[in-house]
Design a protein around this ligand. Structure first.
Ligand code: C2E
Ligand code: CA
Ligand code: CA
Ligand code: CA
Length: 271
Protein backbone atom coordinates (compact mmCIF):
# COMPACT_ATOMS: atom_id res chain seq x y z
CA UNK A 1 0.00 0.00 0.00
CA UNK A 2 2.87 2.27 0.84
CA UNK A 3 4.50 1.63 -2.48
CA UNK A 4 1.26 2.23 -4.32
CA UNK A 5 0.83 5.48 -2.44
CA UNK A 6 4.25 6.60 -3.55
CA UNK A 7 3.54 5.71 -7.13
CA UNK A 8 0.31 7.61 -6.96
CA UNK A 9 2.10 10.61 -5.58
CA UNK A 10 4.65 10.48 -8.36
CA UNK A 11 1.91 10.19 -10.92
CA UNK A 12 0.08 13.13 -9.38
CA UNK A 13 3.13 15.34 -9.21
CA UNK A 14 4.19 14.68 -12.81
CA UNK A 15 0.60 15.35 -13.82
CA UNK A 16 0.76 18.76 -12.15
CA UNK A 17 3.98 19.72 -13.86
CA UNK A 18 2.47 18.56 -17.14
CA UNK A 19 -0.22 21.22 -16.67
CA UNK A 20 2.38 23.83 -15.86
CA UNK A 21 4.44 22.87 -18.89
CA UNK A 22 1.40 23.16 -21.10
CA UNK A 23 0.60 26.60 -19.69
CA UNK A 24 4.12 27.85 -20.29
CA UNK A 25 4.09 26.33 -23.75
CA UNK A 26 0.78 27.98 -24.66
CA UNK A 27 1.88 31.30 -23.25
CA UNK A 28 5.06 31.17 -25.33
CA UNK A 29 3.20 30.34 -28.55
CA UNK A 30 0.62 33.05 -27.83
CA UNK A 31 3.41 35.59 -27.85
CA UNK A 32 3.92 35.17 -31.61
CA UNK A 33 0.44 34.04 -32.64
CA UNK A 34 -0.82 37.49 -33.66
CA UNK A 35 2.14 38.43 -35.85
CA UNK A 36 2.07 34.94 -37.41
CA UNK A 37 -1.57 35.44 -38.32
CA UNK A 38 -2.72 32.33 -36.46
CA UNK A 39 -6.08 33.65 -35.29
CA UNK A 40 -9.36 33.48 -37.10
CA UNK A 41 -12.91 34.43 -36.19
CA UNK A 42 -15.75 32.02 -36.67
CA UNK A 43 -19.30 33.28 -36.47
CA UNK A 44 -22.31 31.43 -35.11
CA UNK A 45 -25.71 32.58 -36.43
CA UNK A 46 -28.50 33.73 -34.12
CA UNK A 47 -31.87 32.89 -35.61
CA UNK A 48 -35.30 34.42 -35.07
CA UNK A 49 -37.62 31.40 -34.73
CA UNK A 50 -40.69 33.31 -35.96
CA UNK A 51 -39.18 34.58 -39.19
CA UNK A 52 -36.47 31.90 -39.60
CA UNK A 53 -34.03 34.69 -40.40
CA UNK A 54 -30.51 35.23 -39.14
CA UNK A 55 -30.62 38.37 -37.00
CA UNK A 56 -27.10 38.25 -35.66
CA UNK A 57 -23.89 36.29 -35.30
CA UNK A 58 -21.51 35.72 -32.39
CA UNK A 59 -17.79 36.00 -33.10
CA UNK A 60 -15.82 33.11 -31.59
CA UNK A 61 -12.04 33.11 -31.61
CA UNK A 62 -10.14 30.23 -33.24
CA UNK A 63 -6.42 29.62 -32.90
CA UNK A 64 -4.47 27.52 -35.41
CA UNK A 65 -1.21 27.21 -33.54
CA UNK A 66 1.68 27.08 -36.05
CA UNK A 67 -1.04 26.89 -38.68
CA UNK A 68 -1.63 23.27 -37.80
CA UNK A 69 -3.07 22.39 -34.41
CA UNK A 70 -6.43 23.89 -33.41
CA UNK A 71 -6.45 25.02 -29.78
CA UNK A 72 -9.95 25.62 -28.35
CA UNK A 73 -10.59 28.96 -26.58
CA UNK A 74 -11.15 27.31 -23.23
CA UNK A 75 -7.50 26.21 -23.30
CA UNK A 76 -5.94 29.59 -24.03
CA UNK A 77 -8.27 32.52 -23.25
CA UNK A 78 -7.58 32.23 -19.51
CA UNK A 79 -3.83 32.15 -20.16
CA UNK A 80 -4.12 35.14 -22.52
CA UNK A 81 -5.98 36.99 -19.77
CA UNK A 82 -3.45 36.17 -17.06
CA UNK A 83 -0.50 37.09 -19.24
CA UNK A 84 -2.08 40.30 -20.54
CA UNK A 85 -1.99 39.20 -24.21
CA UNK A 86 -5.78 39.42 -24.25
CA UNK A 87 -5.46 43.20 -24.64
CA UNK A 88 -3.72 42.95 -28.03
CA UNK A 89 -5.65 39.86 -29.11
CA UNK A 90 -8.87 41.58 -28.06
CA UNK A 91 -8.03 44.55 -30.29
CA UNK A 92 -7.45 42.20 -33.21
CA UNK A 93 -10.80 40.51 -32.48
CA UNK A 94 -12.64 43.84 -32.39
CA UNK A 95 -10.98 45.17 -35.52
CA UNK A 96 -11.75 41.97 -37.45
CA UNK A 97 -15.34 41.78 -36.24
CA UNK A 98 -15.92 45.50 -36.97
CA UNK A 99 -14.63 45.02 -40.53
CA UNK A 100 -16.85 41.98 -41.03
CA UNK A 101 -19.84 43.87 -39.60
CA UNK A 102 -19.23 46.54 -42.24
CA UNK A 103 -19.06 43.90 -44.99
CA UNK A 104 -22.34 42.33 -43.83
CA UNK A 105 -24.25 45.52 -43.15
CA UNK A 106 -23.31 47.94 -45.89
CA UNK A 107 -26.41 48.43 -48.02
CA UNK A 108 -28.50 46.05 -45.92
CA UNK A 109 -31.92 47.12 -44.67
CA UNK A 110 -32.30 44.93 -41.59
CA UNK A 111 -28.97 45.05 -39.76
CA UNK A 112 -27.09 41.91 -38.73
CA UNK A 113 -25.77 42.31 -35.23
CA UNK A 114 -22.23 41.07 -34.67
CA UNK A 115 -21.60 40.00 -31.06
CA UNK A 116 -18.09 40.18 -29.62
CA UNK A 117 -16.99 38.55 -26.35
CA UNK A 118 -15.16 41.00 -24.12
CA UNK A 119 -13.03 39.73 -21.29
CA UNK A 120 -13.15 41.56 -17.96
CA UNK A 121 -9.42 42.16 -18.34
CA UNK A 122 -10.13 44.39 -21.34
CA UNK A 123 -12.42 46.57 -19.22
CA UNK A 124 -9.98 46.88 -16.36
CA UNK A 125 -7.35 48.04 -18.84
CA UNK A 126 -8.15 51.74 -18.95
CA UNK A 127 -7.67 52.23 -22.68
CA UNK A 128 -10.65 50.15 -23.86
CA UNK A 129 -12.88 53.08 -24.73
CA UNK A 130 -10.20 54.94 -26.70
CA UNK A 131 -9.14 51.88 -28.62
CA UNK A 132 -12.77 51.11 -29.50
CA UNK A 133 -13.31 54.67 -30.73
CA UNK A 134 -10.12 54.43 -32.78
CA UNK A 135 -11.21 51.12 -34.32
CA UNK A 136 -14.65 52.50 -35.19
CA UNK A 137 -13.04 55.31 -37.17
CA UNK A 138 -10.52 53.06 -38.82
CA UNK A 139 -13.11 50.48 -39.96
CA UNK A 140 -16.07 52.86 -40.54
CA UNK A 141 -18.17 50.55 -38.40
CA UNK A 142 -21.51 51.69 -37.00
CA UNK A 143 -21.71 50.79 -33.28
CA UNK A 144 -25.39 49.92 -33.77
CA UNK A 145 -24.19 46.82 -35.65
CA UNK A 146 -22.18 45.58 -32.67
CA UNK A 147 -23.24 43.74 -29.52
CA UNK A 148 -20.66 43.57 -26.74
CA UNK A 149 -20.98 40.42 -24.61
CA UNK A 150 -19.91 40.77 -21.00
CA UNK A 151 -20.28 38.44 -18.03
CA UNK A 152 -21.95 38.95 -14.69
CA UNK A 153 -18.62 38.91 -12.85
CA UNK A 154 -17.77 42.24 -14.49
CA UNK A 155 -20.86 43.86 -13.01
CA UNK A 156 -20.19 42.29 -9.63
CA UNK A 157 -16.94 44.20 -9.28
CA UNK A 158 -19.22 47.25 -9.33
CA UNK A 159 -16.46 49.81 -9.86
CA UNK A 160 -17.03 53.36 -11.01
CA UNK A 161 -14.59 52.85 -13.90
CA UNK A 162 -16.61 49.92 -15.26
CA UNK A 163 -19.92 51.68 -14.78
CA UNK A 164 -18.60 54.72 -16.67
CA UNK A 165 -17.11 52.62 -19.46
CA UNK A 166 -20.36 50.71 -19.98
CA UNK A 167 -22.32 53.95 -19.97
CA UNK A 168 -20.04 55.46 -22.61
CA UNK A 169 -20.29 52.35 -24.79
CA UNK A 170 -24.07 52.50 -24.49
CA UNK A 171 -24.06 56.20 -25.42
CA UNK A 172 -21.91 55.46 -28.44
CA UNK A 173 -24.70 53.14 -29.64
CA UNK A 174 -23.34 49.66 -28.84
CA UNK A 175 -25.69 47.00 -27.48
CA UNK A 176 -24.54 45.33 -24.29
CA UNK A 177 -25.40 41.67 -23.72
CA UNK A 178 -25.05 39.72 -20.48
CA UNK A 179 -23.53 36.33 -21.39
CA UNK A 180 -23.96 32.99 -19.56
CA UNK A 181 -26.88 34.43 -17.64
CA UNK A 182 -27.95 32.45 -14.61
CA UNK A 183 -24.59 30.84 -13.91
CA UNK A 184 -23.10 33.66 -11.84
CA UNK A 185 -24.42 35.63 -8.94
CA UNK A 186 -27.25 37.10 -10.95
CA UNK A 187 -28.64 39.72 -8.68
CA UNK A 188 -31.61 41.34 -10.33
CA UNK A 189 -30.53 44.72 -9.03
CA UNK A 190 -27.50 44.66 -11.34
CA UNK A 191 -29.65 44.48 -14.40
CA UNK A 192 -31.08 47.92 -14.02
CA UNK A 193 -27.97 49.59 -12.66
CA UNK A 194 -26.11 48.94 -15.91
CA UNK A 195 -27.09 49.66 -19.53
CA UNK A 196 -27.70 46.01 -20.46
CA UNK A 197 -29.96 45.56 -23.50
CA UNK A 198 -29.89 41.78 -23.81
CA UNK A 199 -29.61 38.65 -21.70
CA UNK A 200 -28.18 35.37 -23.00
CA UNK A 201 -29.69 32.35 -21.29
CA UNK A 202 -26.80 30.01 -20.51
CA UNK A 203 -26.59 26.79 -22.48
CA UNK A 204 -26.59 24.62 -19.35
CA UNK A 205 -30.24 25.56 -18.71
CA UNK A 206 -31.20 25.18 -22.36
CA UNK A 207 -29.70 21.70 -22.47
CA UNK A 208 -31.67 20.68 -19.39
CA UNK A 209 -35.01 21.58 -20.97
CA UNK A 210 -35.89 18.00 -22.00
CA UNK A 211 -35.26 16.22 -18.73
CA UNK A 212 -34.74 18.71 -15.92
CA UNK A 213 -37.83 20.38 -14.52
CA UNK A 214 -35.76 22.83 -12.46
CA UNK A 215 -34.00 23.98 -15.61
CA UNK A 216 -37.33 24.46 -17.37
CA UNK A 217 -38.48 26.61 -14.46
CA UNK A 218 -35.25 28.61 -14.47
CA UNK A 219 -35.59 29.23 -18.22
CA UNK A 220 -39.16 30.45 -17.70
CA UNK A 221 -38.14 32.66 -14.79
CA UNK A 222 -35.29 34.26 -16.74
CA UNK A 223 -37.58 34.92 -19.71
CA UNK A 224 -40.34 36.53 -17.66
CA UNK A 225 -37.86 38.59 -15.68
CA UNK A 226 -36.14 39.80 -18.87
CA UNK A 227 -39.51 40.77 -20.31
CA UNK A 228 -40.61 42.70 -17.27
CA UNK A 229 -37.31 44.61 -17.29
CA UNK A 230 -37.59 45.28 -21.02
CA UNK A 231 -34.48 43.28 -21.96
CA UNK A 232 -34.07 41.33 -25.18
CA UNK A 233 -33.28 37.62 -25.03
CA UNK A 234 -31.07 35.08 -26.76
CA UNK A 235 -30.96 31.42 -25.78
CA UNK A 236 -27.63 29.74 -26.50
CA UNK A 237 -26.61 26.12 -26.93
CA UNK A 238 -29.84 25.03 -28.63
CA UNK A 239 -29.19 21.51 -29.95
CA UNK A 240 -32.65 20.04 -30.57
CA UNK A 241 -35.99 20.91 -32.14
CA UNK A 242 -37.62 20.22 -28.79
CA UNK A 243 -35.51 22.86 -27.04
CA UNK A 244 -36.25 25.37 -29.78
CA UNK A 245 -39.99 24.68 -29.54
CA UNK A 246 -40.00 25.05 -25.77
CA UNK A 247 -38.16 28.37 -26.02
CA UNK A 248 -40.56 29.73 -28.64
CA UNK A 249 -43.53 28.58 -26.54
CA UNK A 250 -42.02 30.59 -23.66
CA UNK A 251 -41.73 33.55 -26.05
CA UNK A 252 -37.94 33.51 -26.39
CA UNK A 253 -37.62 34.08 -30.12
CA UNK A 254 -33.90 34.41 -30.78
CA UNK A 255 -31.78 31.29 -30.47
CA UNK A 256 -28.26 30.14 -31.21
CA UNK A 257 -26.84 26.62 -31.24
CA UNK A 258 -25.67 23.55 -33.13
CA UNK A 259 -29.27 22.70 -34.08
CA UNK A 260 -29.20 25.70 -36.45
CA UNK A 261 -25.53 26.08 -37.21
CA UNK A 262 -22.03 25.53 -35.92
CA UNK A 263 -19.73 28.54 -35.86
CA UNK A 264 -18.49 29.13 -39.44
CA UNK A 265 -16.15 31.40 -41.36
CA UNK A 266 -17.39 34.69 -42.82
CA UNK A 267 -17.51 33.19 -46.32
CA UNK A 268 -19.43 30.11 -45.20
CA UNK A 269 -22.26 32.14 -43.70
CA UNK A 270 -25.12 32.77 -46.06
CA UNK A 271 -26.81 36.06 -45.19
P1 C2E B 1 -19.31 31.51 -24.84
O1 C2E B 1 -19.14 32.95 -25.06
O2 C2E B 1 -20.38 31.09 -23.89
O3 C2E B 1 -19.55 30.88 -26.29
C1 C2E B 1 -20.43 29.83 -26.59
C2 C2E B 1 -19.68 28.52 -26.76
O4 C2E B 1 -20.62 27.47 -26.94
C3 C2E B 1 -18.78 28.47 -27.98
O5 C2E B 1 -17.66 27.66 -27.65
C4 C2E B 1 -19.67 27.78 -29.01
O6 C2E B 1 -18.94 27.15 -30.06
C5 C2E B 1 -20.35 26.77 -28.14
N1 C2E B 1 -21.65 26.35 -28.69
C6 C2E B 1 -22.44 26.99 -29.56
N2 C2E B 1 -23.58 26.28 -29.80
C7 C2E B 1 -23.51 25.17 -29.04
C8 C2E B 1 -24.38 24.04 -28.85
O7 C2E B 1 -25.45 23.93 -29.42
N3 C2E B 1 -23.96 23.10 -27.96
C9 C2E B 1 -22.76 23.18 -27.31
N4 C2E B 1 -22.43 22.19 -26.47
N5 C2E B 1 -21.91 24.23 -27.47
C10 C2E B 1 -22.28 25.21 -28.32
P2 C2E B 1 -16.17 28.10 -28.00
O8 C2E B 1 -16.10 28.78 -29.32
O9 C2E B 1 -15.30 26.91 -27.76
O10 C2E B 1 -15.85 29.21 -26.90
C11 C2E B 1 -15.78 28.90 -25.54
C12 C2E B 1 -15.67 30.15 -24.71
O11 C2E B 1 -14.43 30.82 -24.97
C13 C2E B 1 -16.75 31.18 -25.00
O12 C2E B 1 -17.93 30.84 -24.34
C14 C2E B 1 -16.09 32.43 -24.45
O13 C2E B 1 -16.20 32.50 -23.06
C15 C2E B 1 -14.63 32.20 -24.81
N6 C2E B 1 -14.36 32.90 -26.10
C16 C2E B 1 -14.54 32.49 -27.37
N7 C2E B 1 -14.20 33.44 -28.25
C17 C2E B 1 -13.80 34.51 -27.52
C18 C2E B 1 -13.33 35.82 -27.84
O14 C2E B 1 -13.25 36.24 -29.01
N8 C2E B 1 -12.98 36.64 -26.80
C19 C2E B 1 -13.09 36.23 -25.50
N9 C2E B 1 -12.73 37.10 -24.52
N10 C2E B 1 -13.54 35.01 -25.15
C20 C2E B 1 -13.90 34.16 -26.15
CA1 CA C 1 -20.50 34.60 -25.56
CA1 CA D 1 -22.29 32.05 -23.33
CA1 CA E 1 -18.82 31.21 -21.25
Amino acid sequence: AKKQGRNNYQFYSSDLSQTTIERIDIERSLRTALQNDEFLLHYQPQVNLETNKIVGVEALLRWHRNHSEMIPPNRFIGIAEDSGFIIEIGEWIMQTAFKDAVRWNTGREEPISVAINLSSRQFIHNNLLNSIKHLLKKTHCNPAWITLEITESLLLSDSLHIRKTLKSLDSLGFRISLDDFGTGYSALSYLNKFPVSEIKIDQSFVQGIADNNDHRLIVQAIISMAKSLGKELVAEGVETAEQAKYLLDCDCKVVQGFYFSKPKTFDEIDI
